[in-house]
Design a protein around this ligand. Structure first.
Ligand code: PEP
Length: 249
């Protein structure tokens, strides 16, 4: 089943109010290419102004806390993000799994909190280079899915992003065959975890997606879109990726 593609930008800890000007052309491209979904996830401080500036463009966060409120200094709840104008949030990005030591169980709790607050959760999974070299990539990702996927996730509320850690920000990408093998394995795992709904959950590829490799990567079977880091920071780089997704239907 061909799913509607989603191209989501992850600005990470980049951007300021001046950078929101990039959203004008990104929002226009989203309208021009109405056959694909587009979203941008800026830092927390830019969510509200981004949502105000581009009301038609889904704005997301890059994390949320698993609890609704309480004594968690420096954290933010899914309901707070929703109130700020977010429609989705990334959870379990490999940078957070590494830097903040987030476990699969925490990632699942965050995804459940996001969905409970009315946000779509993009759950990230992916192996390190050492794990791939050791022939463990499929087992690692399947294990992350076992631990991180919320059982109540649906095609409307849950997205998976496969992001090999060694491909993020490096300019390196897996072969088309390796992407196809991994996405097929993720699809099978989603069917095992979610039943029929698993066929409706979009699986994004992320890791050094650029305008010049987007058609190749987005054209792989079971690649239902892209999670884009560096190339989402400017419309000049992000819009051609949106166009590439649209060209593939
Ligand atoms: C990311 O961190 O989600 C990502 C895909 O980054 P980049 O596109 O810069 O590799």
């Amino acid at each position: 089943m061909a799913l509607r593609k989603l191209v989501a930008g992850n600005w990470k800890m980049n951007g300021d109010r001046a950078a929101l000007a990039e959203l004008d052309a990104i929002a226009a491209a989203a309208v021009d290419h109405g056959g694909v979904d587009v979203a941008v996830c800026p830092p927390f401080t830019l969510i509200a102004p981004a949502a105000d500036r581009a009301p038609g463009l889904p704005i997301g966060a890059q994390d949320c806390h698993q609890n609704a409120k309480g004594a968690h200094t420096g954290c933010i709840s899914a309901a707070m993000l929703k109130e700020a104008g977010a429609r989705l949030t990334i959870v379990g990005h490999s940078e957070r799994r590494a830097d903040q030591h987030e476990t699969d169980a925490e990632v699942r709790a965050k995804a459940e909190a996001a969905i409970g607050a009315g946000l779509t959760a993009i759950v990230c999974v992916g192996e390190t280079e050492a794990q791939r070299d050791a022939g463990q990539a499929l087992a690692i990702v399947e294990g992350q899915l076992d631990g991180s996927v919320p059982p109540a996730g649906t095609g409307d509320t849950l997205v998976i992003a496969y992001e090999p850690v060694w491909a993020i920000g490096t300019g390196r990408t897996p072969s088309v065959a390796d992407v196809a093998e991994m996405h097929a394995a993720i699809r099978a795992k989603l069917a095992a975890l979610l039943g029929e709904e698993g066929a409706k959950v979009r699986i994004l590829y992320g890791g050094s997606v650029k305008p010049d490799n987007a058609v190749e990567l987005l054209g792989v079977a079971d690649v239902d879109g892209a999670l884009v880091g560096g190339a989402s920071l400017t419309a000049a780089q992000f819009v051609p990726i949106i166009a590439a997704a649209a060209s593939l239907g």
